[in-house]
Ligand binder design. Structure first.
Ligand code: MG
Length: 279
């Protein structure tokens, strides 16, 4: 076999393979387009499939968001800090529920199929299935509860009724025993058409009580003890309010009287993502 013949054969094979590659790539692009069109058609025709896909996408995005923002607060205290902490009273952190820890959507059960595209974390029914409640946890809630429960005695004070709040709080607690202490609507006061939560009903010494709440109105009688947190908006992937609150709560547990800090109006400017209720 001569060298010229070999070269000719190699060139011929290369030309054929190039043609084959072109043929394949053009068909692959056609097949991809067809598959994409079929997927769009299926998503358009089948709303459940569409919702399922969007839910999966949302879950992935939320995991990425959490991964980017989560910071550990598990460092050990210095001996001096341990000593200081032993000198002050262990404080109580009172948490509001709706719009602070979670957002809930109430629907009549007949409409419950008209489910939102954003995945809910928990669903339950009330009044013999007449209402369906979809619960959406605020981002970083579990980490927040795990952390603050090491620093504070934690309790929930909500303007919601017991039969509505208990299933939600049981779900949030998830057997950890963090949210066992609870106060409900019947523990609130109704003044000027507003339900308020006077902490003095539950605590004689307000120097060691911190309330985190989204509503200024509900905290009217707790100025000096309250930290206002922005409302949770369902689907907000950039909601890091619970995380950004942690360093501040970490510091507060070392003071003699929390009101000495929370009443200081000049502190408001130092916390851009939240405002303190001040006198
Ligand atoms: Mg609230």
């Amino acid at each position: 076999m001569s060298k010229t013949f070999l070269v000719y054969k190699i060139i011929e094979i290369m030309e054929k393979s190039t043609e084959y590659t072109k043929f394949l790539s053009s068909h692959v692009s056609i097949m991809t387009t067809l598959l994409l069109l079929a997927l769009v058609f299926l998503l358009f025709m089948f709303s459940k499939l569409r919702r399922s896909l969007l839910r999966t996408l949302f879950k992935i995005l939320r995991k990425i968001s959490v991964g980017f923002t989560l910071k550990r607060h598990s460092r050990k205290l210095s001996p001096a800090s341990e000593c200081r902490l032993a000198m002050v009273k262990r404080k109580t952190l009172v948490l509001d529920m709706d719009d602070t820890l979670i957002k809930a959507i109430v629907k009549k059960s007949l409409e419950a199929d008209i489910e939102r595209n954003i995945p809910f974390d928990y669903r339950f029914t009330l009044f013999d299935n007449y209402y369906t409640i979809f619960v959406y946890k605020r981002p970083h809630l579990d980490y927040f509860l795990d952390t603050v429960s090491q620093w504070y005695n934690v309790m929930v004070y909500t303007t919601a009724t017991k039969f509505y709040a208990d299933p939600i709080l049981d779900f949030l607690d998830n057997g950890r025993g963090i949210l066992k202490k609870r106060m409900y609507r019947h523990n609130c006061r109704f003044i000027s058409k507003v339900r308020i939560k006077p902490l003095s009903l539950a605590f004689t010494d307000l120097s060691s009580v911190v309330l985190v709440d989204n509503s200024i109105m509900e905290c009217t009688y707790n100025k000096g003890n309250a930290i206002k947190i922005p409302n949770y908006v369902i689907g907000s992937l950039i909601d890091n309010n619970l995380l950004t609150l942690l360093p501040f709560l970490d510091c507060l547990r070392f003071v003699d009287d929390v009101r000495s800090i929370l009443k200081a109006s000049n502190y408001v400017q130092k916390l851009p993502k939240m405002s303190l209720l001040v006198n």
